[in-house]
Design a protein around this ligand. Structure first.
Ligand SMILES: Nc1ncnc2c1ncn2[C@@H]1O[C@H](COP(=O)(O)OP(=O)(O)O)[C@@H](O)[C@H]1O
Ligand SMILES: [Mg+2]
Ligand SMILES: [Zn+2]
Length: 428
């Protein structure tokens, strides 16, 4: 029977956990010195090793040869934990056991010592899903469980775990796994599975999996079932739904040339090809960061596409989202630069605003409540030349800027991507 790669290659000891050096080191020291906290919380994105680590901790504590940082993975304790049927290691899904009654049952069961093993271990996955009442009921037990009990919590959303719980746990943060480590692991797996795959193809998988080894292994699974022959960059792009770089280049050309229909057509074609738009946004963001455009234009575009990425991630319609981003990007390309507009306000070219260029003393980023220009008014008005006393450094993200004349506030500029979208005169 084919076992999916993520399960087949589940790490069995701490040394096999990759990309989590800090957490692994803390755990090793704690286990070796017999000082593991009675409640450990593993926090981090999905597919970064939480469940694997939790099971390894359980084995480390309960292995026949333990406590050890090298559980044997052969004894009945280790084997039953791997299979998920140890009588003393409870794996509880926080999402489906979230109620106060579930918590009460757990508190009750904590009273009974382990049947066979050294420790009775409760692994609660997605612990942030527990209700407030369930958390409250468990507080005392988590704080002072019997000697033989250990709690291992895992969560992808640590911000949703109440502080009262956090303060009673040893928190270990698992991080997104760097691309090069993911690639290395995939290479090892491919070799082991006798899969022939291009190096660039592995790059694509590593990039598209966004720090999750589970996702990366899932992509490799799909590639393997797609073709038994040698896997190329094209094969993998197709399977993973990654867009070719040259298409991204053409799309960006359209944006810069303000060719809306051309840009929208590219998106339509990609949609037909079933490209993964979440990955497309990541690719485009990476491309923008590396592109050679002005800082403010870049910041504006990044802002648009990053929000589109987040929208798609939280299940917004991908086609509509990317189309809207395309409109915004082109609109942004059309807008004039903030420093040009200040010039125009000052020269009276923009609608009846009675501000002398020399009157514009400060240019305040109101949203950030921060003055970007600390020109001392008095000193400045005595200066022989009165020109260029305004702030020319332009804000790079969506903000409202206030331009202060000598008599007080004169105009509010609304900017988007470092470009002006509206100018409002304030009567004072
Ligand atoms: N840090 C890691 N080191 C090695 N393998 C990992 C790591 N993170 C994830 N994996 C791989 O992904 C699979 C799922 O990992 P898992 O521990 O269940 O992640 P999580 O619980 O954080 O979602 C594992 O079986 C393993 O193949
Ligand atoms: Mg998990
Ligand atoms: Zn063992």
């Amino acid at each position: 029977m084919y076992k999916v790669l993520a399960r087949k290659y589940r790490p069995t000891k701490l040394d096999e956990i990759i990309g989590q050096d800090v957490a692994v080191r803390i755990l090793k020291n704690a286990i070796l010195s017999n000082k593991l906290h009675h409640a450990v919380l593993l926090a981090g994105p999905m597919g970064t090793g939480k469940t694997s680590t939790a099971r390894i901790i359980a084995k480390s504590l309960n292995c026949e040869k333990g406590p050890t940082i090298e559980p044997c993975n052969q004894c009945e304790f280790c084997m039953s934990i791997s299979k998920g049927n140890s009588v003393d290691v409870m794996e509880i899904d926080g999402a489906s056991n979230r109620k106060i009654d579930d918590a009460r049952a757990l508190i009750e069961s904590v009273k009974y010592p382990p049947l066979k093993s050294r420790y009775k271990i409760y692994i609660i996955d997605e612990v942030h899903m527990l209700t407030q009442e369930a958390f409250n009921a468990m507080l005392k037990t988590i704080e002072e469980p019997p000697e033989y009990v250990k709690f291992i919590f895992a969560t992808t959303a640590i911000e949703k775990v109440p502080d009262t719980i956090l303060s009673r746990c040893q928190i270990l943060n698992l991080k997104r796994i760097p691309e090069d480590l993911i690639k290395e692991k995939l290479k090892m797996i491919a070799k082991n599975e006798n899969v022939s795959i291009d190096d660039e193809a592995l790059d694509i998988i590593a990039f598209a999996s966004f720090g999750s080894l589970r996702v990366a292994e899932g992509y490799l699974d799909r590639c393997i079932s797609y073709s038994t022959e040698h896997l190329t960059q094209e094969d993998v792009s197709l399977v993973v739904g990654v867009t070719q770089t040259k298409t991204i280049e053409t799309y960006f050309e359209c944006i810069k040339n303000k060719e809306l229909n051309c840009a929208l057509n590219i998106i339509k074609e990609l949609y037909k090809k079933d490209v993964n738009f979440e990955i497309l946004m990541q690719q485009f963001i990476k491309y923008l960061i590396e592109s050679n455009i002005s800082e403010e234009y870049k910041a504006g575009l990044l802002n648009v596409y990053y929000h589109t990425f987040l929208d798609i991630k939280s299940k917004a319609d991908p086609l509509i989202s990317v189309n809207i981003a395309t409109y915004k990007a082109i609109a942004m390309t059309n807008l004039s630069k903030i420093s040009d507009v200040i010039e125009k306000i000052a020269s009276g070219e923009i609608g009846g605003i009675d501000v002398e260029k020399s009157d514009i003393l400060t240019h305040k980023y109101s949203k950030e409540k921060q003055y970007t220009n600390n020109i001392d008014k008095k000193e400045d008005s005595n200066a022989p030349s009165n020109k260029a006393k305004y702030e020319t450094k332009t804000p790079s993200i969506d903000i409202e800027s206030e331009i202060k004349g000598s008599k007080g506030l004169d105009v509010i500029l609304k900017t988007f991507g470092g470009k002006i979208v509206s100018v409002e005169k304030i009567n004072n």
